[in-house]
Design a protein around this ligand. Sequence first.
Ligand SMILES: *Cc1c(COP(=O)(O)O)cnc(C)c1O
Length: 463
Amino acid sequence: MSRSAHPAGPRHADVLPEGHYSAPPADLNRLDEKVWSRTVARDADGVVTVGGIPVTTLAEEFGTPAYFLDEADFRARCRAWAEAFGEDADVFYAGKAFLSRAVVRWLKEEGLNLDVCSGGELTTALQAGMPAERIAFHGNNKSTHEIERAVEAGVGRIVLDSFQEIVRVAHVAQSLGKRQKVQIRVTVGVEAHTHEFIATAHEDQKFGLALAGGQAAEAVRRALRLDGLELIGIHSHIGSQIFDTSGFEVAAHRVVGLLKQVRDEHGVELPEIDLGGGLGIAYTSDDDPREPHEIAKALRDIVTRECEAAGLRTPRISVEPGRAIVGPTAFTLYEVGTVKPLAGLRTYVSVDGGMSDNIRTALYDAEYSVALVSRTSDAEPMLSRVVGKHCESGDIVVKDAFLPSDVAPGDLIAVPATGAYCRSMASNYNHVLRPPVVAVRDGEARVIVRRETEEDLLRLDVG
Ligand SMILES: *Cc1c(COP(=O)(O)O)cnc(C)c1O
């Protein structure tokens, strides 16, 4: 990582402010394939295309702001994950990253399973034809009604998150005359993010049952006693945007320790272990995510090694990537509305969306890239901040990035890697209408989630 407060190279101001940004790239017109979806390119006129369609055409047809999702890339990533983990493991796409009925159909066709964590996500999954046995139901406070719907539908597993829920799910299953497959979510005291992980004895968070202090072991004891439940494994999810698998090593070590304890105490070898999601993607050129086959090999090796050391049969592994599948497959297209240079600081470039279509920068201080996509430019790089149109000074989409200094109202700019946690976390703040999601493939574009209208807003406002 080459971060510098005073990058070398051409600049629009004599002094560049402190900030978290790299030196300007040598060529602002070049699109780094690491952060753009697979079919993105620039055509002979300098206009960026996706699936063979120029963004200028897309903007005319669908308006801005809008998310454009590269369907070929999405499907390729599903296949890469499925192939990397193979027949003796399961890949669950985490629906909270982005879910729509079209996405569910693609997942189904490409052989993936699906995680849901609310009644709304469950309905979307079932409605689009995902077989219930390929759905896992998550959440720390599922309502009894949600549990009933999940058990009734026959979901493949419910991930139990509390002592109360163990009883609730068992009760629902029994009253429906069913035996529900469940996993128990444990917290292993590992918190992983990007290149670091922190391992502690106790975890101060709402999810899961702690290994430390014996809560997790007690949960297993209770679940094994209840006729309505079939306990199939242990679940652990350690973080987000993780590049380094060493946090999984500590997590797997601790989970396998529990499996061993369960074997010794109950004579039962639980057949499955779920290592969760949280695998990282490239938001900027400084990020270097690992390929699914490298991740699969690393995780498999870790679990096999730990189980051998504990004298256990290696359980079936499952993983739950959300961001790593959908994140890189979409970009948000915006039109520039105003350009405001602040001498000695940076230039504020305002777009027609903002924190309502991408809350991650405001919420997590996330980093993004941006490019001028409706044309090329030979103008010098200008340190820019891409901001939205909301009444909030924290309404920032891209905190620090370089755009050509001739960027002007009417230009189209795009922010890549917005497939995950952007549309799914979108809001109506300021009564701004949520943008559509348009799937693009082989020269064809079709709306999979339409743009919100003012009638949509007023429909909920019953006066
Ligand atoms: C959020 C979440 C995921 C997906 O996380 P990504 O960072 O999108 O891969 C997977 N499993 C669980 C339990 C989660 O809460």
